[in-house]
Design a protein around this ligand. Structure first.
Ligand code: G6P
Length: 609
């Protein structure tokens, strides 16, 4: 997500801040900016695109200061643009801020500031309200003004603020967004992430929720919510910069696997209101639109396509509307049946996949309504769609997609529920049952991730296999495809997924002694049939790893190993069932010494045909 770096010292703040921002580049961003108090004024420079664009406009070396704050932005409110980039100033730039997170009540604050103070907003961001709020409360004491501003704000934030009249300090505050203070000699740092600081400091204070911190070149003072000074133990960073970027995980893929509870939580909470209704804020689809669609077409590539496989069954079941699904590279060349009554759903993590973009354009040309499910705000797919349903997975760096997939699934459920409730094709009891199970997912995924060591053990046992099958029925069939893709893309094992009932029509010919098969059996109403399928392949000598819900132990009688996922209704089990498959793929690849985050021949974003 976004990155924050602040520096307070004797001089050369610009260089330190830019350097810190560069250390955060790996996380992905769409624009960057810096604010420096120089000669009684705050100078703000910001630019869309890479930091090198910013470097071109930050002036001569002497255009520098002893204090500076900088930011790399990953757009949330407002597309990537110069004006939406951070830092944001108040009207006369006597205050500047950088912000990570989201201010939930920014609209309310904005209206109030316009009405009562005639504030002129420059950007479309939620963050700009913070600069104006601090400006309005400022009376010579930045700490006090920040505290007053924070009292008006709801949401999640890490904020760093500077004031032209106090050019020797940074005041920072956090709630549900990380912030660390780096302890130097004659200088201090503040940042959203440790890698930004590591070139200069090894000792940090980890700032906790609702704490405010005042940094000057010789001091770091932390205050709690009641305004009392807090003593914090020094945290010694022992990792190198590379490990720090991965927050101690060996690979981005593993880090991202572990970020799934957060991504799922974020994607859900942004769309569920206090009264448990689903809000499609920013999506202009009306009841009439939904009732007017006679078909949904889901189009995507790779992992996103696999999310669509689940989405198809979910939307059909809930909204009672036929859903077709296709890979984008096929869709675009086969004159598909699409018209103005079609809802086209394009799914893409990056929003830049060329085939998906071309398919979207083709559907648009035929008059379809375009809704995209995208992770990267302001990406091409997002820009060219009528509406965007964003996933909140945060930047995904490993080529093998994990957290984007599970958040895409969450979007599919929310869409299905919303359309079904709007059309009256699901009853209230069912709606609330599914919603309750969705809300329970972050905790259940967290619980499942605790089985990592057991799954790693299974991976160690089988990592030398050169062929693995994945089978499942119903929703499990879609998850099988994703499990198979994860394994092949990072371990280079020849893996193959097939609907379990289809095995007997050919693929079973490949089953022999020790053939390894993952059998997904998480669908209660298909459980017995899956157990029979497992029996069929066991009879041919296959080795079977079952994935089943807790309490469904029948499969133990036929499978060699069983990985249990937390109990849930059938509909939402894909979000859980995929987790062991991701972990298995990861540890198999690790055992085989593969380049996990950057597998051979693959790219994170395929922008060519
Ligand atoms: C590439 C990546 C996959 C990804 C696919 C679609 O092949 O390696 O991980 O699923 O593109 O990418 P998108 O960004 O459109 O979801």
């Amino acid at each position: 997500m976004c990155g924050i770096v602040g520096y307070v010292g004797k001089s050369h703040a610009k260089e330190k801040v830019i350097d810190g921002l560069k250390r955060l580049e790996y996380r992905g961003y769409d624009s960057a900016g810096i604010a420096l108090p120089i000669d009684g004024r705050i100078q703000i420079r910001k630019h869309v695109g890479e930091i090198k664009n910013l470097e071109k406009i930050i002036g001569a070396p002497e255009f520098d200061s002893a204090v500076g704050i900088g930011h790399t932005r990953w757009a949330t409110h407002g597309a990537p643009s110069d004006v939406n980039s951070h830092p944001h100033g108040n009207g006369d730039n006597s205050i500047a801020i950088v912000h990570n997170g989201i201010i939930e009540n920014y609209q309310e604050i904005k209206e109030w500031l316009i009405r009562d103070y005639g504030v002129n907003f420059k950007s479309e961001t939620d963050s700009e309200v913070i600069a104006h709020l601090i400006g309005i409360f400022y009376d010579g004491d930045l700490l006090e003004a920040v505290n007053k501003a924070v009292a008006e704000m709801r949401g999640a934030y890490a904020v760093c603020a500077i004031a032209a009249a106090e050019p020797d300090k940074i005041v920072a505050v956090r709630k549900d967004a990380p912030l660390v203070a780096g302890i130097g000699k004659g200088f201090n740092f503040i940042a959203s992430d440790i890698p930004a600081l590591l070139k200069y400091v090894r000792q940090v204070y980890l700032i906790e929720n609702n704490e405010t911190v005042v940094l000057t070149k010789d001091d770091i003072v932390i205050y709690n919510e009641e305004g009392r000074k807090v003593k914090r133990d020094v945290f010694n960073v022992t990792w190198d910069a590379d490990a720090a970027e991965k927050e101690g995980y060996e690979h981005f893929m593993l880090k991202e696997i572990h970020e799934q509870p957060k991504g799922i939580f974020e994607t859900l909470t942004r769309r569920i209101n206090d009264d448990d209704s689903i809000n499609l804020d920013g999506i202009s689809m009306t009841k009439e639109d939904i009732e007017g669609f006679n078909k949904v077409y889901i189009v995507a590539c790779g992992t996103a396509y696999h999310a669509g496989l689940v989405g198809k069954l979910v939307i059909e079941k809930m909204a009672k509307i036929p859903v077709e699904i296709d890979v984008a590279s096929e869709f675009r060349y086969r004159d598909p049946f699409v018209d103005e009554n079609t809802l086209f759903i394009g799914i893409s993590q990056s929003g830049e996949t060329l085939d998906t973009l071309a398919a979207l354009r083709e559907a648009k040309r035929k008059g379809a309504r375009i809704l995209s499910v995208v992770n990267v705000v302001g990406s091409s797919v997002a820009r060219e769609s009528d509406d965007v349903f964003y996933t909140w997975a945060g930047p995904e760096i490993a080529v093998a997609s994990t957290k984007a997939y599970t958040t895409q699934l969450v979007c599919m459920y929310l869409l299905g529920l919303y359309m079904g409730r709007t059309k009256g094709t699901i009853d209230e009891a069912y709606y609330h049952k599914v919603l309750a199970d969705l809300k329970a997912l972050p905790d259940k995924v967290t619980a499942l991730l605790k089985k990592e060591d057991d799954i790693a053990e299974i991976a160690r046992k089988y990592h030398r296999r050169e062929q693995v099958f994945f089978i499942g029925r119903g929703l499990d069939s879609g998850v099988s495809y994703e499990g198979s893709l994860k394994l092949k893309e990072i371990s280079y094992i020849n893996s193959f997924a097939i609907a379990a009932g289809e095995l007997k029509h050919g693929t079973i010919a490949l089953m022999e002694e020790e053939t390894l098969v993952f059998a997904l059996a998480t669908q209660d109403f298909l459980y017995e049939k899956m157990v029979s399928n497992v029996e069929e392949i066991k009879a041919r000598g296959a080795r079977v790893i079952g994935v089943a819900k807790e309490g469904r132990t029948e499969i133990e009688k036929v499978a060699d190993e069983v990985i249990y996922i937390p109990d849930c209704i059938d509909e939402v089990s894909p979000v859980l069932a995929v987790i062991p498959l991701q972990i298995f793929a990861y540890y198999v690849a690790r055992e085989r010494g593969c380049n996990i985050d950057k597998p051979k021949n693959l790219a994170k974003s395929v922008t060519v045909e």
